[in-house]
Design a protein around this ligand. Structure first.
Ligand code: HSE
Length: 310
């Protein structure tokens, strides 16, 4: 068994407009780092969390990384070995960029590497999803799966974790802005109506199919027509100041589409080139400077690597 190691799990954009709970992609740059070390004293202990201003629990059972790691250790019947875990958050927390998912993905990957890879990456997924579930109470893999596996991930069924990697067209870039306003995923899920009209269902299904097909065929025109959310975005946009103004400016700047990243408050856009993604970023930043809301901007290609051993 290995004595100690470090892993990194990237931030993610979930939903991707028309794929609520069933579509997500990973980005480069922000993410979570987890360090694990073998110790003599039996059991898993979280010794340190940095980058979250003491907002995350050190108790293993209440921590997304800790819980995911513990469930994996129990499954492997290795929960008596002594492990110390440090969590270093290198991404904004509560931002709609899959912070808890990155922790959970990094947690399971760190344990799996420490035990010299008893499971494949895909086999780690259920444990990571269980970890993320304690953050918002729901079982969905649209942040965890892309953070762990990388790329753009389509989930046919969350219950069965029937997950599929979708090809990434050359030139596809994401621009993501995190305005510093507070939205809890749990709350942003609670406000959603259970009822969807037949018209909206048809439109959303058409868009989801179109988006997947557009990604498969590198058909940017089809991607652009499909990157629309007629169900969730209209209900959540009110939680994000300046959302519609920003969306209009970003589309005018040439983005393929723009919507809420996960449960928000971050907003993402996809573009067919780096230069457009950068122009989109300028427009996004201008909106929040004018509204006097602090923000952070990320411009990235789609991260194909997912969680990795540093
Ligand atoms: N699909 C989730 C949501 C992502 O929009 O609530 C956030 O965890």
């Amino acid at each position: 068994m290995i004595a100690g190691l470090k892993v990194f799990a990237p931030a993610t954009v979930a939903n991707v407009a028309c794929g609520y709970d069933i579509l997500g992609f990973a980005i480069d740059g922000p993410g979570d780092e987890i360090i694990v070390n073998r110790v003599d004293k039996p059991g898993l202990v979280i010794t340190k969390i940095t980058g979250c201003k003491n907002k995350l629990p050190l108790e293993v059972e209440k921590n997304t990384a800790g819980f995911a790691a513990l469930k994996l250790l129990e499954f492997l019947k290795e929960d008596k070995i002594g492990i110390e875990m440090e969590i270093h958050k290198k991404m904004p927390f509560g931002s709609g960029l899959g912070s808890s998912a990155a922790s959970a993905a990094a947690g399971v990957m760190a344990i799996n590497e420490l035990l010299e890879r008893p499971l494949t990456r895909r086999e780690l997924l259920p444990f990571a999803v269980l970890g993320e579930q304690i953050a918002d109470g729901a079982y969905h893999a649209d942040n965890v799966a892309p953070s762990l596996l990388g790329g753009i991930i389509f989930i046919r069924s969350n219950e069965e974790l029937d997950v599929h990697r979708v090809p990434v067209p050359k030139g596809l870039y994401a621009t993501v802005i995190y305005p510093h306003v507070k939205i809890l995923t749990r709350d942003a899920r609670k406000i959603l109506s259970d009822v969807v009209s037949l018209d909206d269902h048809i439109t959303q299904n058409g868009n989801l199919g179109g988006l997947i097909l557009g990604l498969y065929n590198s058909n940017f025109g089809l991607i652009k027509r499909s990157l629309q959310d007629v169900i969730i975005e209209p209900q959540r946009a009110q939680l994000i100041p300046g959302f519609f103004e920003l969306q209009e400016k970003v589309l005018n700047a040439g983005a393929l589409g723009c919507s809420i990243s996960g449960a928000g408050p971050s907003i993402f856009a996809l573009s067919d080139s780096l230069i457009t993604a950068q122009n989109v970023g300028v427009e996004m930043t201008k909106v929040y400077s004018r509204l006097k809301i602090e923000s952070e901007l990320f411009i990235s290609s789609i991260n194909q690597r997912g969680t990795y051993l540093v």
